[in-house]
Design a protein around this ligand. Structure first.
Ligand code: TYD
Ligand code: MG
Length: 446
């Protein structure tokens, strides 16, 4: 067989080149191109001739879905784990990725064939300690204590593993590849080999991946393109809530979200997250409003707090936690010009309770109501929730799935839901319609 020809890939963007050069033509990075020799073992795989199949004759993918033992995790996956699926779970170090996959591993290992847990980052003792802490000393989990991918996959075949967990993809290495573990060429080659294994043996594989400072899994283009599903586990150090978000899914809907809570004995599902986000709300306090963002297909009811205070600075301070600061500036301008809430001499602080990050314009109205409520020192009615996007002329714009949001708010006792007049008119919801910000404020803060 011919010796595999060397190619060159950029360590920054993963682009492939025919020859070495000082600068990558694809992303412009300097000194990032390295030689890449495909490992010899992998080169022998393409021997059998494969026949093409007419599309109509392709077997229907009955897609048996297996439960991870956590219905919230299943939902984000699109209804459970599909055989042969390659799933990447990304997140900041320490956020709880290993904890999450270990729990899924224990549940799947109990129900079917053993699980192979490739402990490439921690020692088997550390994995065992975590399992004990979580009360999951499942003998169906087999820990593989080495970082070499080929050996791990051979072991998975020998065990006829029903699930393989690779923790983490940045610490495994491919035999015969010179680059350091964690480099783009290692991560990419390892992922490709794991992908081939997953598809050939129809074994689902979960890859744990650390997020870099730039907020993407190392080798973003390399990894996210190869895998079937990309999930991110998010949260912050000061709150126990964790959000599992799907950003790519070949087997289900994207932007689906599940809420978990980190406790002393592992990650637990939060089946009713809205109640959690509202738990400590003081409905009598001015400056508090209730928003209904949609995370994936699921509505959440969350509290938004605002505080306005006369400024001691030449330039008043604006601070937003969990909300876009530029959007806050825009809302303050709209409040000033269209609703007479002048805050040019006031500092304004906005906080989304519970560590959530809201990116949806549909929460505009709730933020504006919270600010106006603080400015007027008047609490909105106890049953008021606010839904709607604000335009620059103060108009309230309709939002997707208004009816679903109203229903979730009502379920939690918010019977006076402010919605854009357009949504109320078409009869989709029984919310209180308002055409613009001034009307909405008149209803929220009578
Ligand atoms: P871990 O799953 O190791 O994070 P990652 O794999 O994403 O780096 O979780 C690490 C943190 O979670 C650590 O700070 C301790 C905390 N933790 C708990 O609070 N309860 C638990 O049951 C476990 C296992 C971890
Ligand atoms: Mg870990």
């Amino acid at each position: 067989m011919a010796k595999p020809r060397a190619s060159y890939i950029c360590e920054d963007c993963g682009a492939r080149h025919q020859q070495w050069s000082g600068q990558c033509g694809a992303c412009g990075a300097w000194n990032s191109i390295i030689e890449h020799r495909p490992p010899r073992a992998a080169a022998s795989s393409s021997s059998a001739a494969v026949a093409a199949v007419p599309l109509g004759a392709v077997e229907d993918d009955a897609a048996v879905r297996r439960s991870t033992g956590m219905s919230e995790f299943d939902r984000v996956l699109g209804g459970g784990l599909v055989d042969g699926a390659l799933i990447l779970i990304g997140g900041d170090p320490g956020i709880g990725k290993s904890t999450l996959v270990l729990r899924a591993a224990a549940a799947l290992g109990r129900k079917r064939r053993p699980v192979l847990y490739v402990a490439a980052e921690e020692s088997p003792q550390q994995v065992r300690m975590r399992a004990r802490r979580m009360g999951l000393e499942s003998s169906a989990i087999h820990v593989y204590p080495d970082t070499e991918v080929g050996g791990a996959l051979t072991e998975a075949e020998r065990l006829r593993a029903g699930l393989v967990v690779v923790d983490s993809i940045q610490t495994v290495r491919v035999e015969g590849l010179a680059a350091a573990p964690g480099s783009v060429s290692q991560v990419r080659e390892a992922t490709v080999q794991i992908m081939q294994f997953a598809k050939a043996s129809q074994t689902p594989v979960m890859l744990v991946g650390h997020v870099t400072k730039e907020g993407t899994v190392a080798g973003p283009r390399t990894l996210e393109h190869i895998v079937d599903t990309v999930l991110y586990l998010e949260g912050d150090d000061f709150h126990a809530q964790r959000l599992l978000r799907s950003v790519k899914n070949r087997f289900g809907p994207t932007f689906e979200v599940a809420v978990f809570e980190m406790r002393g004995d592992g990650l637990h599902e939060v089946p009713n997250p809205s109640a959690l986000f509202l738990a400590e709300r003081d409905a009598q306090a001015p400056g508090s409003a209730v928003a209904v963002p949609l995370e994936g297909t699921r509505p959440l009811v969350v509290e938004i707090q605002a505080l306005t205070a006369p400024t001691a600075y030449a330039l008043p301070k604006r601070l937003a936690t969990g909300f876009d600061l530029n959007r806050l500036h825009m809302l303050l301008a709209v409040l000033g010009r269209r609703a007479g809430v002048q805050l040019g001499q006031h500092d304004v602080y906005v906080n989304v309770v519970g560590g959530l990050r809201l990116r949806e314009p549909a929460v505009d109205l709730a933020v504006a109501v919270a600010i106006a409520s603080s400015a007027r020192d008047q609490a909105p009615g106890q049953q008021v929730a606010a839904i709607g996007e604000l335009g620059l002329s103060g108009e309230l714009r309709s939002v997707p799935s208004a009816a679903v949001r109203v229903r979730e708010a009502e379920r939690l006792g918010f019977t006076r839901c402010l919605v854009p007049a357009a949504s109320a008119r078409n009869g989709a919801t029984d919310g209180l319609g308002a055409a613009n910000l001034a009307e909405a404020l008149a209803l929220a803060l009578p």
